[in-house]
Design a protein around this ligand. Structure first.
Ligand SMILES: [Zn+2]
Length: 327
């Protein structure tokens, strides 16, 4: 795995090449509706790739594209079935749940049918229908989508579980793909997915050797615990500096396994406070400027640590318990 993947955990890092054939010459004599539709359609498909450095603006950009297509009376040119990115669908549904929308009002069958066709023979998921990498991030998105829609027709859970288990590395952590290096974000995706799919129960630790679960929980706990380092913070991989977001990725993994008590919470809290910014939010490292991604996971980590005044999290879904349960 190259570089620091945590910044865009839910987004692809390798943009696909756009088609290079030059467009026909522009007519300046009429309103070229078709050209605008094509342009917006292209933007719709490329948003997850080309704007990954502008995470804050994703929804705003999506609004411009979708409302623009609506003005052009061309909404039929895009659809969940052939255009949507699994990560965007996950984010959109999570937002709807947070604002209290009843997802049973949605036409979930079309989302699920489309999603099921994204699952590969090895159990993994591609995020879109064409030319994309596949790994645990998208499997997690698929599991979270099924969980939120309360309908598992969108995936073959047994195959998905098989893929996840194949991603566990010799050292106990999980890589994004089978055989790749263990990584905090991938480990979260693996354990949270297993939990969402119902393969990890509340009594996970007491059943750590149950034959139904082939994940090696003990070595996973050992690997996860070793990620908390001398400064109290948590790293995503061995020999990397502590980073705010892994307080969530690893903390939520431990929490899902019922093993929070093994984390030195006092030391972790002290580390996170050094990453808290004077302007609000959290930076990736101590004394760094805040960014949205690390601010969110910093807050989430403080919730896991039981900070007064913060709502408890549904660890496996990454939203508050209240949003997850619809209460
Ligand atoms: Zn990070």
């Amino acid at each position: 795995m190259e570089g620091d993947r945590d910044r865009g955990l839910l987004y692809d890092s390798d943009p696909p090449s756009p088609p290079l054939s030059p467009p026909p010459p522009l007519s300046l004599t009429f309103f070229d509706r078709e050209r605008h539709v094509t342009f917006l359609e292209m933007m719709y498909h490329m948003l997850p790739y080309h704007y990954q450095s502008q995470e804050i603006n994703h929804l705003t950009l999506a609004y411009f594209v979708i409302s623009g297509l609506d003005i052009l009376d061309a909404l039929d040119r895009i659809s969940i079935q052939n255009g949507s990115h699994l990560a965007s669908t996950y984010c959109a549904l999570a937002i709807l749940k947070i604002v209290g929308y009843n997802l049973s009002n949605m036409d979930s069958e079309s989302i699920l049918t489309s999603m099921r066709s994204l699952q590969q023979p090895d159990g993994s998921f591609m995020p879109i229908h064409i030319g994309a990498e596949r790994d645990l991030r998208f499997l997690y998105c698929a599991a979270a989508i099924c969980f939120m829609l309360n309908n598992w027709n969108g995936m073959d859970r047994e195959k998905a579980k098989e893929y996840i288990l194949n991603c566990q590395s010799y050292d106990g952590g999980f890589g994004l793909t089978p055989g790749s290096e263990s990584h905090g974000g991938a480990t979260y995706c693996a354990i949270a997915s297993l939990r969402l799919m119902g393969f990890i129960g509340d009594d996970c630790l007491s059943n750590a050797s149950a034959p139904s679960s082939k994940a090696n929980i003990q070595s996973l706990l050992d690997w996860s615990l070793q990620r908390q380092v001398a400064d109290g913070g948590i790293q995503g991989r061995p020999n990397k500096p502590s980073d705010t977001c892994y307080a969530f990725w690893i903390g939520a993994t431990m929490g899902t396994l019922g093993a929070n008590k093994f984390i030195d919470e006092k030391a972790l809290r002290s580390f996170l406070l050094t990453c808290q910014s004077e302007c609000g939010g959290f930076g990736k490292f101590p004394q760094e400027l805040p960014d949205l991604y690390h601010s969110y996971y910093g807050l989430a980590a403080f919730s896991i640590l039981g900070e007064a005044g913060l709502k408890p999290l549904c660890l496996e879904l990454g939203v508050t318990e209240a949003a997850a349960t619809g209460l």
